[in-house]
Design a protein around this ligand. Structure first.
Ligand code: NAP
Length: 302
């Protein structure tokens, strides 16, 4: 069997064009656009490239975008004052502080200072609580898990009553996606198992999975023989396993590998995400969706 490919790059375009249409409609009817501020501290090359992509996507969608760059030596107090300014700015619906922050900054204090109703990353404890309660309480599901759920649903995979096995229990992927899939809701209603480094007989759990979501950060961790024939496999792992010269640019680029051995797994699974081009493109897409949702809340449209 050769699995159906669940391509994040294609689903991203579908969702972005839906967002673009909605932004135009809201602008015409209410004279408002989503406002997103991205706060970048210092010059970490990876952070610069993430923020650049976020800014580019927001601009493409017709958002108001402020890229507020701060120097590496900013104090926690000054960063808190900046967040307070954007918390009070009615034209800003989403505040994003790019992580990691420099060592002198109290990261937790900074993230917790963001107004939960502008926390489009969904990491504030209030939003984590809202996600746990589920239903109408949920404001901003965290972006990577929201992207994973969207991919499963758009691929037409049945989630209700499905055995979902999540490998990994991080606060940004494993725990929230496990919580989202067990909710009494469309695109969820699954029976969920979460695996971590203390799990006994990981293979036995994986073999039961109708939907296997792997977010461990260990290349090739999930063996092909652990995959149930026909299962949906979502590989969240992004592991740099070497470097190569890009045919397009002639520059050195990283060779990326997921947590699942794609070539063998695709012969067993029913559907599978590639790495790269799978879950990766979904995270920024869902950030845009959350920012639009935030504007809709302020207008009473959500
Ligand atoms: P993390 O915080 O390092 O958590 C990894 C989790 O996997 C932990 O819960 C750990 O268990 C578990 N784990 C690690 N090795 C294991 C093993 N041998 N057996 C069983 N469980 C194991 O990682 P993360 O932030 O969730 O990220 C996971 C992967 O997803 C990374 O490759 C990351 O780059 C990628 N990622 C991609 C995106 C995206 O594409 N947009 C976004 C976020 C993350 P313990 O808790 O017991 O230590």
């Amino acid at each position: 069997m050769t699995a159906k490919l669940i391509k994040g790059t294609e689903i991203r375009e579908e969702i972005l064009s839906e967002i673009e249409k909605e932004v135009k409609k809201i602008k015409e009817e209410h004279g408002k656009v989503p406002g997103l501020v991205t706060i970048l501290v210092g010059e970490n090359p990876a952070s610069i490239s993430y923020v650049t992509l976020k800014v580019k996507t927001a601009n493409r969608l017709g958002f108001k975008e402020i890229q507020d760059n701060q120097s590496e030596d900013i104090s926690t107090e000054d960063l808190l004052a900046l967040i307070d300014k954007y918390n009070k700015d009615d034209s800003i619906h989403g505040i994003l502080v790019q992580l990691p922050l420099p060592k002198q900054i109290d990261e937790k204090k900074v993230l917790n200072a963001i107004d939960p109703d502008k926390d489009v990353d969904g990491f504030h404890p209030v939003n984590v609580g809202r996600l746990m309660i589920g239903g109408a309480e949920v404001r901003f599901p965290p972006c990577t898990p929201a992207g994973i759920q969207e991919m499963i649903v758009r691929a037409g995979v049945e989630t209700s009553g499905a055995e979902v096995v999540v490998v990994g229990r991080s606060n940004i992927v494993g725990k929230p996606i496990a919580n989202m899939m067990l909710q009494k809701a469309d695109g969820a209603n699954s029976t969920v198992t979460v695996i971590h480094t203390r799990t006994k007989d990981m293979a036995a759990h994986c073999k039961r999975a109708d939907i296997l979501i792997v977010a461990a950060g260990v290349p090739g961790l999930v063996k092909p023989e652990w995959i149930k024939p026909g299962a949906c496999v979502i590989d969240v792992g992004v592991n740099r396993v070497g470097e190569k010269i890009s045919e397009k640019t002639g520059k050195k680029i990283a060779i990326l590998k997921g947590d699942v051995d794609f070539d063998e797994a695709k012969e067993i699974a029913g559907s599978i995400t590639p790495v790269p081009g799978g879950v990766g493109p979904m995270t920024i897409t869902m950030l845009m969706k959350n920012t639009l949702k935030s504007l809709k809340f302020t207008l009473g449209l959500a």
